[in-house]
Design a protein around this ligand. Sequence first.
Ligand code: G4P
Length: 289
Amino acid sequence: MAIQWFPGHMAAAKKKAAEQMADVDVVIEVVDARLPEASCNPLVEELRKFRGRPCLKILNKVDLADPDATAAWVTHYERDPDVTAYAMTTKKPADVARVIDKVRALAPHRGQPTKPLRMMIMGIPNVGKSTLMNALLKRRVAKVGDEPAVTKQQQKIYLDLNTVLIDTPGLLWPKIAMPSDGLMLAASHAIGANALIEEEVAVFLAEELLRRYPALLKARYGLKVEALDGIGVVEGVAMRRGYRVRGGEPDFEKASHMLLQDYRSGVLGRISLETPQTREAALAIHIEA
Ligand code: G4P
């Protein structure tokens, strides 16, 4: 997989995240609703617990995720009394508008001009941190304290008199606990899949789709999925779309790319790659092995 998690990187990321967290009242952790555990970094939880900070856990891109799986994840995360789980999409201004109220509810002792509520967005690449940040800034009403010199120096932006957002999202790499995490992240484009492994990622995705969303495969590509495995699905996509290489064989590379694109863009349907149950089962197998 593209990301290597060396001890040196880990120590540096931990130090940076610990420093950033020391100055905030609430951590806004953004994950991808389609793969909330694979797209998180356990450092956020470790450090916020250590510092006693509450967390707004945003399951973003809910427009692409399976609503039943998302509901199960929200229940799962809210077992922690210091966590509010919020399933949303940055594409809906109404969803973005609720973020700050949810953060405020987590730190009611803050939020006055003398004690402004300080928050920071954290998460791995590509989960939507910058999009969320920009959407929050667009909604900003008061412009107090955002002169360039002030914000540069303090790295803070006042959303209003009582509410401050650290101006750079805290970036962490995913912690790839098991190989399927890397494949889920690559399928969802959170980490890059180079041309060589794109086919491996597509076969993984096809197997997941066969297991949990066969009807979506049938509807999109007209495949008779009953007798197929992951490789068969990708070949089927190639044949249906007329992707062939010389000699008439299915163009596996092109079909892999198409399947991944269709999943990422949502045209295949709303698909989650993990649920609390599948995660638990996968971890149990991984630990046994
Ligand atoms: P980051 O700061 O965490 O790295 O993520 P960023 O905001 O750059 O968003 C990554 C991609 O995710 C962007 O698409 C962005 O438009 C998309 N995105 C963010 N929020 C949502 C959401 O709620 N729903 C959907 N469907 N997409 C969302 P991109 O630049 O086109 O990248 P990619 O999708 O091709 O990887």
